[in-house]
Each structure stands twice: as C-alpha cells, then as structure tokens.
Design a protein around this ligand. Structure first.
Ligand SMILES: Nc1ncnc2c1ncn2[C@@H]1O[C@H](COP(=O)(O)OP(=O)(O)OP(=O)(O)O)[C@@H](O)[C@H]1O
Ligand SMILES: [Mg+2]
Length: 252
C-alpha cells in the first residue's frame, strides 16, 4: 500500500518536472526569437544614419575642397574611414544573425569539389602566391550546402590569409575518424596561434592578430560555429605560433 502511494507520488513529481521543463523550454525559444529579431532590426536600422554620415562627409570633401585645409580634409577622411568600418561591422552582425534565422536544407554535399572551387578562386586572385593544396577526394556530407559553403570558404580563406607571410605554404582539407564520427579539417602551416586562446577565436570580433598584420573583423569563426551547431556538430581548433593551425568540425 505504502509502496504504491510512494510510487504515485514519484510519478506525479516526475510529471510536474517534465511540465516545468517544457514551459521553461518554450519560454527560452520565445526569448531567443525576440533577441534574434532585436539584433537584426538594430543592425538593420543602424545602417541608414551611417550612410548619411559617410555621404555628407564625402559631399563636404568634394563641394568644399577649396575652403578646407589639409587638416580639415584629414579629419573628414577619418570620419569616412570610421563610418565605413562600422558599416562593415554591421554587415558582419547581420550575416551572423541571418545564419541562425535562415531555413535549413538537407542536401548531399560534395565537400571535396566545393573546397577545390574555393581554392581555385583564391589562387586566381593572388596568382603569385606559392601554395600547395592537398584536398582529399570524394568527401561527401549531409547538410545545408549554402551554409557548408560558408564554412569551407571561411576556413580556407583563413588558411590562405594566415599563410600569407610565408613564401611557400601548404593548405590541406581532409577527414579523420573521431569518436565514431567523421571530423573534417582544414590545416595550414602559417602564422598559427597560441593554444591558450583556442576557445576565444570563436567569439564574435575576437582576433589574435592585429588588423595591420592580417586584415579582417573577426566574425568568420563565429559564423562557422553557429552553422556547425545548427548541424548538431562541433568545431574546434589546434595551433602553435608560427607552426600553423588546424580547424576541425563534425556534422550531427
Ligand atoms: N588559419 C589560422 N591561422 C592562425 N590564426 C587563425 C587562423 N584562423 C583564424 N585565426 C585566428 O582567429 C581569429 C578569428 O578568425 P576569424 O575568421 O573569425 O576572423 P578574421 O579572419 O580575423 O576576420 P574575418 O573572418 O571576419 O574576415 C583571427 O583573427 C586569427 O587571430
Ligand atoms: Mg576569417
């Protein structure tokens, strides 16, 4: 008799907890959606006044050229440069929030072919650079092809950029088994980074290299992490200063 009462009590408690969890979960979903909509509209609405600042600075520079001395012109050039940089940051934020808002497709994607077409473009833009590409053949994956292309583009662009100070470089795209899953990786032998900061790299606008050393805003890896998480996978990095970097990701 007592056993039955206790079991019923336990069951009731379990049901109550499940209900509570479902409620908290749906609340979180709503808050998350609100936050996404908020950051989207903020970044969207910030662009208009910024265009005015840039446009009117340009107009003053052009229409009042005779009346401005060199210092005045220099100040206006700085206003323009800063507003253009801010516009770039806003665009990056917009792209980041778009990644979580867009619908997911489930395609069968040929990652090897994708990687080849990306590196062919990179080589075309800077034909003088001596880079050996080693791309594993026939690597297929299930996922959203547009989003996975963004992942490969950002990883290969980084590999290309951070090997830019070396006369010869090697960039690899491959796959390796990892805890029963496939871990795809992009490896380079470039500038590398200090492993102490390996987690920080994925935070928006976090950079380990100065803008004068290597250009960029620090949004690429944050974008990659969101895409990989949307696919139910993980992304992580290994590196050593001046001895290159490897970025791994799994899907689902
Ligand atoms: N292949 C790499 N080798 C060495 N460091 C890297 C590599 N990839 C990324 N990093 C480090 O991680 C930081 C963040 O990378 P991320 O791609 O997010 O930004 P970015 O390339 O600097 O700018 P963006 O991608 O927005 O143009 C980089 O600034 C750099 O310090
Ligand atoms: Mg990048």
């Amino acid at each position: 008799m007592r056993d039955i009462t206790e079991r019923r009590k336990a069951e009731e408690e379990l049901a109550r907890q499940a209900k509570e969890l479902a409620r908290a979960n749906s609340e979180l979903c709503v808050v998350n959606k609100e936050l996404e909509a908020f950051s989207y509209s903020v970044s969207h609405d910030l662009r208009a006044p910024l265009r005015s600042i840039d446009g009117f600075s340009k107009a003053v520079l052009e229409d009042y050229e005779q009346k401005l001395d060199d210092q005045g012109k220099d100040y206006l050039h700085r206003v323009r440069a800063a507003s253009q940089r801010m516009a770039q940051l806003i665009d990056d934020l917009l792209n980041l929030s778009r990644v979580t808002r867009s619908d997911m497709h489930h395609d069968s994607v040929n990652l090897s072919a994708m990687a080849w077409s990306i590196v062919t473009e990179l080589q075309k833009i800077q034909p003088d650079r001596q880079v050996d590409f080693v791309i594993a053949e026939g690597l297929m994956a299930k996922g959203d092809s547009r989003l996975l292309k963004l992942v490969l583009e950002n990883l290969l662009n980084n590999a290309w950029k951070f090997t830019g100070k070396h006369t010869h470089a090697k960039i690899e795209f491959g796959a390796a088994p990892c805890n029963g899953k496939t871990a795809y990786f992009v490896r380079d032998d470039g500038a590398g980074f200090d492993m102490a900061y390996a987690e920080k790299l994925f935070i928006p606008f976090q950079r380990l290299h100065g803008v004068t050393e290597f250009a960029g805003t620090g949004i690429g890896l944050a974008l990659i992490q969101r895409i990989i998480h949307r696919h139910g996978g993980h992304v992580w990095a290994e590196g050593k200063v001046e001895q290159g970097a490897t970025f791994y990701f799994t899907l689902q």
